[in-house]
Every structure is written in C-alpha cells, then in structure tokens.
Design a protein around this ligand. Sequence first.
Ligand SMILES: Cc1ncc(COP(=O)(O)OP(=O)(O)O)c(N)n1
Ligand SMILES: Cc1ncsc1CCOP(=O)(O)O
Ligand SMILES: [Mg+2]
Length: 201
Amino acid sequence: MNLRKYFIMGSQNCDRKPEDILEEAAKSGITAFQFREKGEGSLTYEKKLALGRRLRDICARHNIMFFINDDIDLVEPLAADGIHVGQDDMQLEKVRKMFPDKIIGLSVSNQTEADNSTVQLADYLGAGSVFATSSKDDAAQAVGLKWIRDLRIQYPNIPIVGIGGITEENASSVIDAGADGTAVISAITRADNIGAAVKKL
Ligand SMILES: Cc1ncc(COP(=O)(O)OP(=O)(O)O)c(N)n1
Ligand SMILES: Cc1ncsc1CCOP(=O)(O)O
Ligand SMILES: [Mg+2]
C-alpha cells in the first residue's frame, strides 16, 4: 500500500474533464486515488457510477490504488481497492465486516475521535484538516502539524496521511511531522501544471 501521493477528486472539484485531470496526475506519479463525488454540483446515481467507472479504469491502467469515499454501495460495482470513512459515515466495525479484505481508511481529526474509534481496525488514518481548506464545506478547524505528531506517537504502526490545505510548499512539513503521505484535492485539481505539481508534492 503506497499512500505517499494520495489524490482525491470528484467532478465538483474540476473545471475541466475529471478524466483528463486524473490521467495527467496518474502519469505524473500519484500513488493512490479516492473518488469523492460529494457536495455542491456533484453527480448522483447513474452519472456518478459512470464517472466512477471511467476513473477506476484510469487507475487500473496506471496501477494506482482506487478508493471510494463514503459510498459503500460503490465499492463492489467499481471493484475498489478500498474505502475511506469518517466519523459521520458507516461505522468502521460494520465496514470491516462487510469488506474484510479491502483497505479501509478512517478519518480522525482530534483526540476525542481517536479515543472513541476502533482505530486498530483501520488500515490507515486520514488526519486533518492539517491546514485550512476550502475544498470541504463542513471541515473542522485546522488542527496543525501537532495532530500528525501526536497520532504518530500513539499509533507508530498505522500508516497516516495528512489532509487539508496541503500544498507543494507545505507538504514536506507534513511528512516531517510523521505522516506516510499527503492527501490533496486542490493542490492538483487547481494546478496550472498538474505534472509539475504532482512531482513537486
Ligand atoms: C484520506 C482521507 N482523509 C480524510 C478524509 C475525510 O473524510 P470524512 O471526514 O468522512 O469527510 P468526507 O471526505 O466524507 O467529506 C478523506 N475523505 N480522505
Ligand atoms: C476531504 C477533506 N477532509 C478533510 S480536509 C478535506 C479537503 C482537502 O482538500 P484540499 O487538499 O483542497 O485542502
Ligand atoms: Mg466521509
């Protein structure tokens, strides 16, 4: 499992074809992709599934791990490698029972969430928002690099990806704080040159 450069995207994040953005990012070295079709302007039902299929195919061609955000019912139709759930999504225990062999990621944004979660059932943790983000409407306040350091000390053996407001400029600070990877939306979807952005990340 390589979560070093974890790209997250849905059509609502794109001002051009999501397939073209993912293709460029895939060619340039992302190691994992999460289909997060969610929020204002996002697709639903058949259109969501159809886009998911096209994005899934791109990942398969480039040998990049494909994750689904939230939507348990898309995991099998899209033959996803894994699923990412947060504190307001289906409970981790249930997801693990449903998909014993899939990679499952869990969001933990603070100590209370970590203490109240069955963290050991997760294959990796999404930690954030590290910095302020404009890509998630209901994002909690930024928790900073300290949260990455704290999580790393408490869970030395669980892979951690930092998320939220991560850019080419601050990505290395997230890794230095103890994360195994960085998860980004806008650092790639809004980049003038996606290839250069992915490489710099
Ligand atoms: C890798 C990664 N980390 C955290 C999240 C956030 O998940 P969640 O808190 O469930 O919020 P939504 O993305 O569902 O709005 C993530 N998606 N990926
Ligand atoms: C999905 C998600 N979860 C916490 S912050 C965030 C959005 C990250 O987007 P960006 O990389 O553009 O800040
Ligand atoms: Mg979620």
